[in-house]
Design a protein around this ligand. Structure first.
Ligand SMILES: Nc1nc2c(ncn2[C@@H]2O[C@H](COP(=O)(O)OP(=O)(O)OP(=O)(O)O)[C@@H](O)[C@H]2O)c(=O)[nH]1
Length: 361
C-alpha cells in the first residue's frame, strides 16, 4: 500500500574528526546492506529504501482476488464491449473501426484512441499477427505500456510530518478517501492528523469530526474560518505533536470557479509558510464516472496547483475506465490509488497490469 522512506546513515562531515577505522566484516554480496532488497532483522543489516510493507500472505492473496473480481465487475461494460470485437473476428478495417468506436465509448478520448490504433496496426504488421486473439493480447500489452508510467508507489516517512492537500470537484469522494487512507496509514503504524479545510459546508466538517472521533484521529476544525488558516494550524499542530501525516481536506469546487481555484492556491501557499516544502503531496480526487471531463479536471487542477498525484474513485459504478488512457497520453499525473467502493479495502494502489486485465479480460 505504501512504501516508507528510510534515512541513510549520516555520513560525518569534514569538520567532524574521522573515527578510527574498524575493518568491516566481509559480507557476501547478497548480504551487503546496499544490495539488500528488504530489512532482515536476523541478518542485522539496515533496510534498503524504499521499504515495502506488502507481503503475499494467504489472506492477502484472497483479498487481492476479491479486489480483482470487483474491479472487473466495475469495468465489465467496457470489458464486454472491447472483448466481443475479437471473438472470431477477421483482422481488417472493420475490426479497427469497431475498436476505435469502443475505445471512444470507453472515454479513452481521441488522442489515446488514435495512438493505440496506430500502435496496434504497426504491431499486427511487424509481428505478422493473423488471429484476433493475438491482436487482443497485443492491445493489452500496448495498454499496459501506456498506463504503466502512471503507476507510482506512495511513499511516507521522508518528511515529518508528510503534509497532503486533497482537492477535487464536489462529491468526488475526497472525504471518504481521506478516511480510508487514514485507516490504512494507521494500520502501518503512522499517526495521522486531519484538517477540515471545507469550512463552507458545516456537514462536511461534522462528517470529518465524527469520523475522527470514531477512529481516534485528531481533526483540526474551525467553523466559518479561512480554510488556509485551518490548514496552517493543522501543519503547526502536526509539527508540534510529531505526527507522521497531516491530511488537509478542501471544499469541492469546479475548475471553472476561478475565485475558488485561487482560494486553493492560497491554501497551498499558506501550507508552505507553515512548513518548508509542504504540501509534499497535492492530490486530486476524481470520480471515475466523470468520463472525459476527468481529463479537463486534471489539466485545470494541475495548472493551478502542480498536482503530485491522482486518486480515481467509484470505479465500481458506471465508470468506463478508458479515461486513464487519456490522462496517460495528455497529462500523465501519477495515479496513486483507485477506489471501487466505500469500505477501507476498496481503496488500493493503482496497478497498470491489473487494471488492463480488468478492462480487457
Ligand atoms: N460507490 C462508491 N462510492 C464512493 C466511493 N468513494 C466515495 N463514494 C461515495 O461518494 C459520496 C461522496 O463522497 P465524499 O467523500 O463525501 O465526497 P467529497 O468529495 O468529500 O464531497 P464534497 O465535500 O461535497 O465535495 C459518498 O456517498 C461516498 O460514500 C467509491 O469508490 N465507490
Amino acid at each position: 500500500m505504501f512504501s516508507f522512506f528510510k534515512k541513510k546513515p549520516v555520513t560525518p562531515d569534514a569538520a567532524t574528526p574521522a573515527p578510527v577505522p574498524v575493518p568491516a566484516p566481509a559480507l557476501p554480496p547478497a548480504l551487503s546492506p546496499v544490495s539488500s532488497p528488504a530489512f532482515d532483522p536476523a541478518a542485522g543489516h539496515p533496510p534498503a529504501e524504499p521499504l515495502s510493507f506488502e507481503m503475499e500472505t494467504a489472506p492477502r492473496l484472497a483479498a487481492k482476488q476479491s479486489w480483482m473480481s470487483r474491479l472487473k465487475a466495475g469495468l465489465s461494460k467496457t470489458s464486454a464491449n472491447l472483448s466481443v470485437l475479437f471473438v472470431g473476428a477477421r483482422i481488417d478495417d472493420d475490426l479497427y473501426d469497431e475498436l476505435e468506436g469502443a475505445l471512444l465509448m470507453a472515454d479513452a478520448g481521441i488522442d489515446a484512441t488514435q495512438y493505440l490504433l496506430d500502435a496496434l496496426k504497426r504491431r499486427v504488421k511487424d509481428d505478422k499477427l493473423l488471429d484476433a486473439a493475438a491482436v487482443k493480447v497485443a492491445l493489452k500489452e500496448l495498454m499496459i505500456d501506456l498506463l504503466r508510467p502512471l503507476e507510482k508507489g506512495f511513499e511516507l516517512g521522508r518528511h515529518q510530518p508528510t503534509v497532503m492537500m486533497i482537492s477535487g470537484v464536489n462529491g468526488a469522494g475526497k472525504t471518504t478517501t481521506i478516511g480510508k487512507l487514514a485507516k490504512h496509514m494507521q494500520a502501518h503504524g503512522q499517526s495521522v492528523l486531519l484538517a477540515a479545510g471545507d469550512t463552507f459546508r458545516a456537514a462536511a466538517r461534522e462528517q470529518l469530526m465524527v469520523w475522527g472521533q470514531r477512529n481516534d484521529v485528531t481533526v483540526v476544525s474551525q467553523a466559518s474560518c479561512d480554510p488556509a488558516a485551518v490548514s496552517y494550524d493543522a501543519v503547526q499542530s502536526g509539527k508540534a505533536k510529531g505526527t507522521n501525516v497531516v491530511m488537509i481536506d478542501t471544499a469541492g469546487r469546479l475548475p471553472t470557479q476561478l475565485h475558488l481555484m485561487a482560494e486553493l492556491q492560497k491554501i497551498q501557499r499558506v501550507i508552505g509558510k507553515g512548513m518548508d516544502g509542504a504540501p509534499h503531496e497535492t492530490l486530486l480526487v476524481i470520480d471515475g464516472n466523470t468520463g472525459q471531463n476527468a481529463l479537463a479536471q486534471v489539466k485545470a487542477f494541475d495548472d493551478a496547483l502542480g498536482l503530485t498525484g491522482l486518486i480515481i474513485t467509484k470505479l465500481d459504478g458506471t465508470a468506463k475506465g478508458g479515461v486513464l488512457a487519456a490522462i496517460a497520453r495528455v497529462r500523465p499525473v501519477p495515479v496513486y490509488f483507485i477506489g471501487i467502493g466505500e469500505q477501507i479495502e476498496d481503496l488500493q494502489p493503482f496497478d497498470a497490469t491489473e487494471f488492463v486485465e480488468a478492462l480487457l479480460g
